[in-house]
Design a protein around this ligand. Structure first.
Ligand code: EPZ
Length: 424
């Protein structure tokens, strides 16, 4: 198993390119299941564990997949299975994204329920609601979602989401693009990753209006075709790299990322005393001598993203005062707090609010990753802790960050990867 050894105290400074976005790549890869016509060439696909897991799922279904130099080539003309097995879905919740495409293409699919994750239950009731509204019969048996289309194909419908859901919006789009008639999605997710999926589906021949708004209108079409497509950059990775400069009193430019996609995070950095300037596809940050305590509340886009909440918490341990952090999307997404406190932070939880008392000197020791963004948070804390911080179980980190220790080393961090055995 891998760990990262981080000797804290170095300032992060320099320029680094963001990788392709994980959370747009996964639904885009799923959408290749929608048509047998041709071979897809997907550019700027990050080399991450989740992308390799999704590729393995597509190969299990019978797709032909090749992946090198961040280019993923997929053809799904020879699919041989309609079942997404537990072993793969359990590894990655985003596997639920095959539900819409497989149901739309074959009229029947069986997808394992994903189960929960480190920060609480991750229901899929909205995904099921979508497919039922579009004309599928759904039964849940032996841990599987068994979905069958009534009649010959899915039928367009009006679907109003009670809460904003990235995944359910993505699944609805992929099921609706070849359904018969019109589908209207109300309270659709606005995240840039969903906008990217819409542009990909449009390029494949889908008819989607209202992109970038919370109301999407999809006219079903007969056929879609394989295309070449450039994935967007990863705004959460970019925000994480910006945080590395902020916490170490450094300065950084991250290229590729569109500032608009991180507007709420840029606002928070400025409230914390950072100087942030932006170009068309770059963000530059220079940190103040002393970070100011800055409250954030994670909410659906365009508000502060939940996927940056843990990283922000690491930063606020160094701020000159007390900050409050609330996560309205995942109320229990606080597994990083006990580990931060083991490094010397002083963070308490009161009624779903994290109260971060700063500044606190952090002292390196062994800490355990529990989920993807919690591990990023511990790496950030290690950059500023005295002595050496050992971040264990970095397989969590590898799910969502491409070569992050190489990127941080190029920016001045003293960080290296090592192997270790866990007590059985
Ligand atoms: C996506 O997950 C992201 N994952 C998550 O990023 C991100 O945290 C999340 O959106 C919120 O922005 C990918 O894109 C692969 P949701 P998703 O459906 O689609 C509830 C990371 O670190 N809900 O928008 O699963 C749910 O419990 C990961 O990269 C239902 O109640 O999130 C949550 O409270 C972690 N029923 C809220 O909606 C459902 O059927 C938003 O979840 C589905 C969701």
């Amino acid at each position: 198993m891998d760990k990262l050894l981080i000797r804290g105290g170095n300032r992060i400074s320099g320029t680094v390119a963001a990788s392709g976005s994980k959370n747009s790549a996964l639904p885009v890869i799923a959408a290749t299941l929608l048509t047998p016509d041709g071979t897809f060439t997907l550019n700027r696909i990050p080399d991450l564990q989740d992308v390799r897991t999704f590729s393995a799922l597509l190969e299990y279904l019978g797709a032909k997949v090749s992946f090198e130099n961040n280019v993923l080539r997929v053809s799904t003309d020879q699919l041989k299975s309609i079942e997404a097995p537990y072993e793969l879905v359990k590894k990655m919740r985003a596997s639920i994204y095959v539900l819409g495409p497989l149901l739309s293409r074959f009229g029947h699919t069986r997808v394992s329920l994903p189960g929960g994750c480190a920060f609480g239950p991750r229901p899929v009731d909205l995904h099921i609601m979508v497919m039922e509204k579009l004309g599928a019969d759904i039964t849940i048996e032996k841990g599987f979602i068994d979905a069958k289309v009534k009649g010959s194909r899915l039928r367009g419908a009006r679907i109003d989401f009670p809460i904003s859901s990235v995944g359910a919006t993505g699944n609805a789009l992929m099921a609706a693009v070849t359904a018969s008639g019109t589908t209207i999605l109300g309270n659709a997710a606005l995240e840039p990753e969903i906008e990217c999926l819409c542009h990909f589906l449009q390029k494949m021949g889908a008819s989607i209006e209202g992109i970038g708004t919370t109301t999407l209108v999809i006219e079903g079409v007969e056929r879609l075709r394989a295309v070449t497509f450039d994935n967007i950059f990863d705004r959460i990775e970019a925000g994480t790299l910006l945080s590395a400069a902020a916490i170490t009193k450094g300065e950084i430019t991250v290229t590729g990322v569109i500032p608009l996609q991180l507007e709420s995070v840029i606002d928070a950095f400025r409230r914390a005393g950072c100087t942030v300037t932006t170009g068309p596809d770059s963000i530059s940050l220079s940190a103040p001598e002393k970070l100011l305590p800055t409250d954030i509340t994670a909410n659906p886009y365009p508000a502060f993203p939940t996927d940056m909440q843990a990283q922000w918490m690491a930063m606020m341990t160094q701020a000159e005062g007390t900050s409050t952090i609330i996560d309205k999307i995942y109320h229990e997404r606080f597994n990083h707090i006990p580990e931060l406190n083991r490094l010397g932070a002083r963070i308490e939880i009161r009624e779903n609010q994290a109260i971060v008392h700063g500044p606190q000197e952090l002292t390196g020791t062994k800490v355990m990753s529990t989920d993807l963004r919690a591990s990023a948070c511990l790496v950030l804390a290690g950059l500023v802790a005295t002595d050496t911080t050992e971040v264990l179980r970095v397989y969590h980190l590898d799910r969502g960050y491409e070569k992050i220790e190489k990127k941080l080393t190029s920016l001045g961090a003293d960080i290296e990867r090592d192997r270790y055995q866990e007590f059985s």
